[in-house]
Structures are given as C-alpha cells and as structure tokens.
Design a protein around this ligand. Structure first.
Ligand code: SF4
Length: 91
C-alpha cells in the first residue's frame, strides 16, 4: 500500500498495488480531474486485489480525498457528497 504511515504486518503486505507504481492510483490532470484511462487501469488493479475491502474501508475512515482506494475513485465520492449537500439545501 502507499501510505507513509504504514505499519508492518498488516493487510497492506498483500496489497496488489505494492507491485505497481503508486502514481497509477492518483490519476489527476492539471485541472484536478482524473484521467479516465489511468483511472480505469488503477481500478483494474484493485479488482484483482484480495484486500480491497480493507483498503476502501480505511480510506473512508481516514477521509482520503484523492486517488483510487479499493477500486473507488475518491473524487467521485466527494462529488456525490457535494451533490447530497446541495440536495439537502433544496429540501
Ligand atoms: S484495493 Fe487497490 S489501492 Fe487498495 S490495496 Fe488493493 S490494489 Fe492497492
């Protein structure tokens, strides 16, 4: 896994992304949006990862804002959260 604060001997030890360049999981263009092809490539790696649930759970728990975790694009989650907040304002 990619975090600098990783502990040894955890689910991260068998994460598939340890064999892939970490930039793949942060497919962001200069304007802050994700590069679609890189995003798909990262998600394909995660699809074969045996610890994707742990990865996504932790990313959500710590409030990761960027990158692909457990196959999920955090940018998409933030967009959905913003959309929910706007909808709540309209109720
Ligand atoms: S789900 Fe993806 S980002 Fe998470 S540990 Fe596995 S390969 Fe890495």
């Amino acid at each position: 896994m990619r975090s600098a604060s990783d502990d040894a001997g955890t689910w991260r030890d068998i994460a598939v992304c340890t064999q892939v360049h970490p930039d793949l999981f942060f497919p962001v263009k200069g304007d802050g949006t994700s590069r679609r092809e890189d995003l798909r490539a990262a998600q394909a790696v995660c699809a074969g990862c045996p610890v994707w649930r742990q990865c996504l759970s932790e990313a959500l728990a710590v409030g990761e804002r960027w990158g692909v975790w457990g196959g999920v694009n955090m940018e998409a989650i933030r967009t959905a959260q913003r959309r929910q907040r706007v909808k709540a304002l309209l109720r």
